[in-house]
Design a protein around this ligand. Sequence first.
Ligand SMILES: CC(C)(COP(=O)(O)OP(=O)(O)OC[C@H]1O[C@@H](n2cnc3c(N)ncnc32)[C@H](O)[C@@H]1OP(=O)(O)O)[C@@H](O)C(=O)NCCC(=O)NCCS
Length: 159
Amino acid sequence: MAVREQLWPVTLRDMRRDDLPAVLDIERRSFSQPWSRAFFEKELATPFARLIVAVEAGWAGPTVVGYTCRWRVTDEVHVLNVAVHPDRRGRGFGRLLLEGTLGEARSSRARIVYLEVRAGNVVARRLYRSVGFRELGVRRGYYGPGQDAIVMELRLGHW
Ligand SMILES: CC(C)(COP(=O)(O)OP(=O)(O)OC[C@H]1O[C@@H](n2cnc3c(N)ncnc32)[C@H](O)[C@@H]1OP(=O)(O)O)[C@@H](O)C(=O)NCCC(=O)NCCS
């Protein structure tokens, strides 16, 4: 018998220090060079940084299923990090986190959004393109020998 998975509501809110165990678990499952706890704590204390978590309701209570980190520098937004728990991917949470970031960038009249993505990360590149980012160029060896970064930008309406 096929069992349909329960769909629980997902909300976005600012990351707190007590989210860090769940965030670090996702970070370590998602990246070969994960950010450390100290790095997240530094970002949480940085005035121009904003960290958002996606929280899914569930039988066992709310669970952090993804997060994003961005910087606001003058009229630019830099997306530093986006990740979704491997068990919760493909359900629109990455898009939700990114669209939350873009919505806030637009409403606070940012002019442009930048990010870097590993050249081999086809899933993330497809996600970014699907919300309007375009590829600006390549930073050779940005993530280490032979590991290039693609720089992407999204121009918002305020030029
Ligand atoms: C990139 C990442 C955040 C996407 O999160 P997600 O919740 O799985 O993504 P979504 O379900 O919102 O999908 C959004 C889009 O991503 C792309 N995508 C998602 N899964 C995909 C897959 N398996 N293959 C190809 N494209 C895929 C599609 O364009 C999709 O849009 P569509 O559903 O309309 O086709 C997630 O894969 C992740 O955490 N990866 C590891 C960390 C990482 O690489 N982060 C980016 C660093 S720059």
